[in-house]
Write a protein that binds this ligand. Structure first.
Ligand code: MF3
Ligand code: CO
Length: 254
């Protein structure tokens, strides 16, 4: 069942999203070669708590940190470590979630560290753009898989691999609510979109194969061919008109 949020719930999700957007902006600015992925996690957790929110990932099904930091061939759910040092040319994907007054927001961005291989910049650009192509369809009266199809159609011409084993999701009081939101083409149209639905839309896109596996740590998702991957996610509200992106600051919108 897809929950329709009340005006009060939506306001709290707006506030949660604003906190999260600010945290991700700050983390993106802090990223630099020589930094460990644990330093990013610690800074992220500090910023979340200073804002009065709770890091939703910490202890979620046993996940041991507040920020997922996934480098290069790591797609998502990378576990921060003191000895994992970020280098020039890396793609660093940061995924974070906050709980604010009982309501959740979830968002992710990929950042290039210093001078990048142009192909990797393209991968990150196309991943982010595919989110915006998807939410063009995120309107009441459309169907959920219109979003999935638009994301897929944006990525396909570039020949990148679209991750299938992981999807976007509804979000609200819980981080993961109905519906599941695939990033690839579906034959069915899926549920009708209605105002008050809140969705975490999150394309994960690989330079090479779409196939992914999981490391022995039980969390880190990696590409099977070892080629890099990018991730972009926001919490989005379906309205009567244009969708509202809840987890993005104005300066970072496009
Ligand atoms: N942001 C992830 C998602 O959208 C959740 C991270 S899993 C966690 O599904 F364990 F790190 F919380
Ligand atoms: Co998510």
């Amino acid at each position: 069942m897809i929950k329709i949020k009340t005006a009060e719930e939506i306001q709290l999700m707006r506030e949660a999203g604003e906190i999260l957007a600010g945290v991700l902006d700050r983390l993106g600015e802090a990223l630099a070669p020589g930094m460990s992925t644990m330093e990013i996690n610690d800074l992220g957790e500090e910023l979340i708590r200073k804002a009065g929110a709770i890091p939703s990932f910490l202890d979620y099904e046993g996940y041991p940190a507040s920020i997922c930091v996934s480098v290069n061939e790591e797609v998502v759910h990378g576990i921060p470590a003191e000895d994992r040092i970020i280098e020039e040319g890396d793609i660093v994907s940061l995924d974070a979630g906050v709980i604010w007054k009982g309501y959740q927001s979830d968002a992710a961005r990929s950042f290039g560290i210093g001078k990048m291989n142009p192909k990797l910049t393209e991968l990150m650009d196309v991943t982010r753009e595919s989110f915006f192509a998807g939410i063009k369809m995120a309107k009441s009266g459309n169907y959920l898989h219109d979003i999935s199809n638009a994301i897929s159609d944006h990525i396909r011409p570039y020949g990148f691999g679209i991750v299938k084993q992981l999807t976007g999701h509804g979000i609200g009081k819980d981080m993961h609510e109905d519906p599941i939101i695939p990033n690839y083409r579906k034959l069915s149209r899926g549920p009708l979109l209605k105002p008050g639905m809140t969705l975490a839309i999150e394309p994960m896109v690989n330079l090479g194969t779409w196939k992914v596996g999981i490391l022995e740590d039980g969390w880190t998702i990696v590409t099977l061919d070892g080629k890099p991957s990018a991730h972009y996610e926001n919490t989005v509200l379906i309205t009567e008109g244009e969708p509202e992106i809840l987890s993005l600051t104005d300066q970072k919108a496009e």
